[in-house]
Design a protein around this ligand. Structure first.
Ligand SMILES: Cc1cc2nc3c(=O)[nH]c(=O)nc-3n(C[C@H](O)[C@H](O)[C@H](O)COP(=O)(O)OP(=O)(O)OC[C@H]3O[C@@H](n4cnc5c(N)ncnc54)[C@H](O)[C@@H]3O)c2cc1C
Length: 443
């Protein structure tokens, strides 16, 4: 199977970004599966936004039925393979495992899920549609990220036609271009999407949908349109010097190394921001050979949006953190950045106050900005009749339908930026609601 797009892994990237969680072998997986208590109320399943039947898929592993196990996973989550690698399981399924109550190691649900999914793809992934009937009813998705993939796959499996319009040359959204390579390789993201293509979803790449005319054309051709556009660029820093060579946006930095286009990194790197993207960028800079990597954040440890385990991994890998520090100016010449002027800050009510006399400079030759993505406002405002709230698409939480009856939406453009599994859950929920409406319209 192939995505139809040429993608070749760069061996240097593979070597520098070994797998963060090595997979189970058969006996390891069987022993771990047999530790599961198969709880009848399955708090792990409740904690999963896509509600994978965890005890059931683990039981099937213990019985040696790996295909059955994978099908159980895929029934709830079409991106079960990538989720097994990228999900923050510590705060989801594994965090809910009853073994915590007994002070024991939780079941390694993520690794078991990966074991079943890897076997499924290794043995020639085939997924039967939920119906063989070809139904009238067509949907379009804008964006080929996890939210749209889940939406399109669910409707296709139910017999409806689904097309995905993606502006980039490859599908997968941040799964392919953004998630750290040591968690999910671009090739593994693409392999999983091949399964969705095999279901009959029509992918169209290099299709940047923009403006009211393009949207009106889709509205005429399709019954429903799903907005799965994610978020936009990293926000600007708004300080002098941000145009200097050597100042890069974290998403661009990650995309370039992941696709093998650019593996160059500075020797002394400063990363701005303290979310998961900042941590991923900092850890990547270390792996790419930077000698000194510092994360600069204007609040303290307790206010970081990064998960605690991500923060701890970064520290173990040598990333340093500077708290209560705000950059005020980037300095250098037309060839290169040479430093970041900073001030120490403290909170004064809701705002930050610079501490007088606290100026200092961090010498650096690369600055990676990871201070959060902005919404795709221009695009979203062209979707006339689709209500926005603080730049996010506002939807009915039960159905994913927007204020415009023809539009559904899900994933980061709705939740402001969460996890892959949330995007998948949104896409699937919206697809189930759209399927009911399509049945009413077309019978
Ligand atoms: C650096 C980084 C690391 C992350 N790491 C993790 C992780 O480890 N684990 C985890 O669970 N989550 C992680 N996330 C979050 C996760 O990747 C997102 O929540 C998820 O990808 C959102 O899916 P989505 O479909 O909403 O959007 P996206 O994945 O952003 O996909 C949107 C797609 O829409 C396309 N598009 C946008 N506008 C248009 C248009 N006008 N026309 C056509 N196409 C368009 C884009 O090109 C893109 O392909 C990470 C996010 C980032 C930024």
């Amino acid at each position: 199977m192939s995505t139809g797009n040429k993608y070749e892994e760069n061996p240097e990237v593979t070597a520098r970004f070994p797998d963060i969680h090595p997979p189970f072998d058969k006996s390891g997986a069987t022993i771990e599966a047999n530790r599961c208590l198969y709880c009848f109320d399955a708090p792990c399943t409740a904690a999963c936004p896509t509600h994978i039947d965890v005890p059931r898929f683990i039981k099937k592993i213990s019985q040696g039925n790996l295909r059955g196990s994978a099908l159980t996973i895929l029934d709830a989550n079409i991106l079960g393979a990538s989720c097994s690698r990228v999900c923050p399981v510590d705060v989801l399924c594994e965090g809910a495992c009853v073994y915590h109550r007994y002070n024991k190691q939780p079941i390694e649900i993520g690794r078991l899920q990966r074991f079943a999914m890897d076997a499924f793809y290794r043995n020639g992934a085939v997924l039967a549609a939920k119906t063989t009937e070809r139904r009238a009813g067509k949907v379009a998705c804008i964006g080929a990220g996890p939210a749209s993939l889940a939406f399109a796959a669910e409707l296709r499996q139910r017999g409806f036609s689904a097309a995905i319009f993606e502006r980039k040359p490859l599908p997968g959204g941040l799964n392919t271009y953004g998630v750290a390579e040591y968690k999910l390789r671009a090739s593994d993201s693409l392999r999983e999407i091949d399964l969705i293509r095999e279901l009959g979803v029509d992918f169209q790449f290099g299709r940047n949908i923009s403006g009211e005319a393009a949207l009106a054309a889709l509205e005429r051709e399709f019954d429903f349109i799903f907005l799965g556009v994610g978020l936009g660029k990293i926000r600007l820093l708004g300080i002098p010097g941000e145009e200097l060579p050597g100042v890069v946006d974290a998403l661009k930095f990650i995309e370039e190394y992941k696709t093998g286009r650019n593996l160059k990194v500075g020797g002394r790197v400063v990363v701005l921001g303290a979310g998961n993207t900042a941590i991923d960028a900092a850890r990547a800079a270390v792996r790419l050979g930077a000698q000194d990597v510092q994360i600069v954040y204007r609040r303290d440890e307790s206010s970081m949006s990064a998960f605690l385990f991500e923060y701890e991994h970064a520290r173990e890998e040598g990333v340093k953190f500077r708290w209560w520090t705000q950059p005020v100016k980037l300095v250098g010449d037309e060839k290169k950045i040479s430093g970041m002027e900073c001030m120490k800050v403290e909170m004064d009510g809701q705002s930050f106050r610079h501490l007088p006399g606290s100026h200092f400079t961090i010498p650096c030759d690369m600055v990676i900005s990871a201070i959060g993505q902005s919404p795709l406002l221009e695009f979203l405002q062209a979707c006339r009749g689709v209500k926005l709230e603080n730049g996010r698409v506002s939807v009915d939480r039960a159905t994913g339908q927007t204020s415009h009856a023809k539009y559904f939406a899900g994933g980061d453009c709705v939740n402001g930026g969460r996890e892959v599994v949330d995007a998948v859950a949104d896409g699937k929920r919206a697809a189930l609601a759209a399927a009911q409406l399509l049945e009413k319209i077309h019978g």
